[in-house]
Design a protein around this ligand. Structure first.
Ligand SMILES: NC(=O)c1ccc[n+]([C@@H]2O[C@H](COP(=O)([O-])OP(=O)(O)OC[C@H]3O[C@@H](n4cnc5c(N)ncnc54)[C@H](O)[C@@H]3O)[C@@H](O)[C@H]2O)c1
Length: 388
């Protein structure tokens, strides 16, 4: 098959920049139906050694410390932004002005207002946008969505979503950009709760009103060395500085369709490692999923038998969405990077077909509106509506 090519520039070569580069490099091998050929043109990092190491590793044509070079390069048609959150707006703005398709890692804007502005820019410029709400792409999450859409669970009544991570539970986890308001914006609300809110929207629909709470458990952390390590790095010695955003967020929520529920996130909890999870109940059944066992879905669809009345544990197989692109056998599961690869496939397919991509900036705006109401509720200490 002869394919049209699209030049790719990736900006910010930390954890996510590397994950996106790997996806663009491998996507055709998993999804040969794609008619676009991604070409790795440029990778950017402000730390020169990091930019150059990733150029060599993935075979980009060049590396640079200057992201503007990617914007100015006519060979590049798609820009992926994987920098800390404080750089998203400036880079996304420039890329859209230059007419490039744009993939921005969550939370898109550092604040809800920035996210809404970026969505408006993308709308006006008619470029395709994508956002890294990757947990949507797990085969068993896609299957849960199918069961809900087909009405198998009945009328939805309850939803509980959470993301509990231990990455900051050690008081000596370094003060990376994530813990600094001016670089990250909010803390767990920007970081983990972006995924929790998007998943709730994907499975249940829009949130209508909420009341929220927050807490910062660890108020000082050791300073990080720029360009060294990740936000999982622990440093026993050295100077410390203030954490300026929250570790924990919770919200009681009511959805527009009357579903009652709760959303919760914490980056400093001991026990769960990456418990991005949901439970969903309807009048005819229930579903439960946890990323730590991402290839399983607990399904409760009672068949009136008094002796077989309980949850059934399904394992991902070729009958579930996307599984067969990776393995023909049942229970030969996918991992996190596979979700990024499916995400890249979906995004490139949207560009190929010149169709809006989901999740894109419109879905990020829906998340930002909920984040904004959560922040208002922190101040008002009362129920807040979601402004649409
Ligand atoms: N979807 C997900 O599951 C997921 C997971 C982790 C992070 N993220 C998001 O991805 C983004 C990046 O997070 P990360 O964990 O990869 O961060 P990271 O700290 O590992 O990497 C960020 C990189 O950006 C570079 N950088 C900083 N300023 C720059 C500039 N002006 N120009 C070029 N490079 C610059 C840094 O040197 C670093 O290498 C964040 O927005 C984060 O919220 C998403």
């Amino acid at each position: 098959m002869s394919r049209e090519s699209i030049g790719i520039g990736v900006i910010g070569m930390g954890w996510m920049g590397v994950a996106h580069s790997r996806s663009y490099r491998n996507v055709l091998e998993r999804f040969p139906d794609l008619q676009l050929q991604p070409g790795l043109i440029a990778c950017v990092d402000e730390v020169e050694s990091r930019a150059e190491a990733t150029r060599e590793r993935f075979g980009f044509s060049y590396s640079t410390q200057n992201w503007q070079q990617v914007i100015d390069d006519p060979k590049i048609g798609l820009v992926t932004v994987a920098t800390p959150n404080n750089m998203h707006f400036e880079i996304v703005y420039a890329a859209i002005q230059a007419g490039k398709h744009i993939f921005c890692e969550k939370p898109v804007g550092r604040t809800p207002a920035e996210t809404m502005q970026m969505a408006e820019l993308a709308r006006q410029a008619n470029v395709i946008s994508g956002v890294g709400y990757n947990y949507r792409w797990a085969p068993m999450v896609q299957y849960a969505h199918q069961l809900v859409e087909e009405g198998k669970i009945g009328k939805l009544t309850h939803y509980r979503g959470r993301f509990f991570s231990s990455y900051a539970s050690n008081p000596n986890s370094v003060l990376s950009w994530r813990f600094q308001q001016e670089k990250a914006g909010a803390g767990t609300l920007s970081d983990l709760m972006s995924h929790v809110i998007d998943m709730a929207h994907f499975l249940t629909g829009p949130v209508e009103r909420l009341v929220a709470n927050q807490e910062t458990f660890i108020r000082q952390r050791p300073l990080a060395t720029p360009g060294v390590g990740t936000h999982f790095t622990v440093q026993e010695n050295g100077p410390k500085s203030e954490v300026t955003n929250e570790d924990y967020v919770s919200a009681l929520v009511q959805f527009g369709n009357g579903v009652q529920g709760s959303l919760e996130g914490c980056r400093a909890i001991v026990g769960p490692k990456c418990e991005m999870a949901f439970e969903l109940n309807g009048t005819n059944g229930a579903l439960s999923w946890n990323f730590e066992r991402m290839n399983e879905l607990q399904v409760y669809l009672p068949d009136q038998s008094p002796t077989q009345d309980g949850y059934v544990r399904l394992t991902s197989d070729a009958g579930h969405p996307f599984h067969a692109a990776f393995n023909p056998a049942a229970a030969t599961g996918l991992g996190y990077d596979d979700l990024k690869l499916i995400e890249a496939y979906q995004f490139l397919k949207s560009i190929q077909n010149n169709q809006p991509n989901q999740p894109g900036f419109e879905e990020a705006v829906a998340v930002a509106r909920v984040q904004s109401a959560i922040q208002q509720s922190w101040d008002s200490k009362s129920w807040e509506p979601i402004d649409n």
